[in-house]
Design a protein around this ligand. Structure first.
Ligand code: CMP
Length: 140
């Protein structure tokens, strides 16, 4: 299995509850390596651009409000089959549907305040990594 990269966000509900380390520990225990990480407060423009694919969805405005409501930690994760590995440990988008032992089952408060974002494909991972990171910020 090839070593690949994915993009992750530890969301404002997690930074507010001081869960950055606890979430990262679960990512690492799932076989992912943090090769870039920074804590930022997203601007409205950044959030709207990042979630532009959801622009027509009814939750878009509230999602952008939430993602700019506090600091987030954006990360690049590396590992074998990183996109799937990350999505497996994250669990379902809605914590009510997430499996035991996943990050969202353990920590998420709601479908919106669901603790983590992870890329859904390798193609999107590349786009999302480029959206937040310069090449020299990623040290594998
Ligand atoms: P994320 O992986 O960051 O991608 C889009 C986000 O929209 C998703 O996680 C959810 O947190 C958020 N969201 C809010 N409401 C909904 C909803 N009704 N259906 C799907 N996603 C939602």
């Amino acid at each position: 299995m090839a070593v690949t990269r994915t993009f992750s966000i530890i969301k404002p509900d997690a930074t507010r509850r001081n869960l950055t380390g606890a979430v990262t520990k679960m990512l690492e225990e799932a076989g992912l390596r943090v090769v870039a990480s920074k804590r930022i407060h997203m601007t409205r423009e950044q959030a709207e651009g990042f979630y532009a694919v959801h622009k027509e969805r009814p939750f878009y405005g509230e999602l952008c409000d939430f993602m700019t409501s506090g600091p987030v930690v954006v990360q690049v994760l590396e590992g074998e089959d990183a996109v799937k590995r990350n999505r497996d440990v994250m669990g379902a988008t809605n914590p009510a549907d997430a499996a035991e032992g996943t990050i969202r089952k353990t920590f998420a408060e709601s479908i919106e305040a669901n603790t983590v974002h992870g890329s859904d494909s390798e193609e999107n991972a590349k786009i999302e990594i480029d959206y937040f990171f310069d090449k020299d910020e990623i040290v594998g």
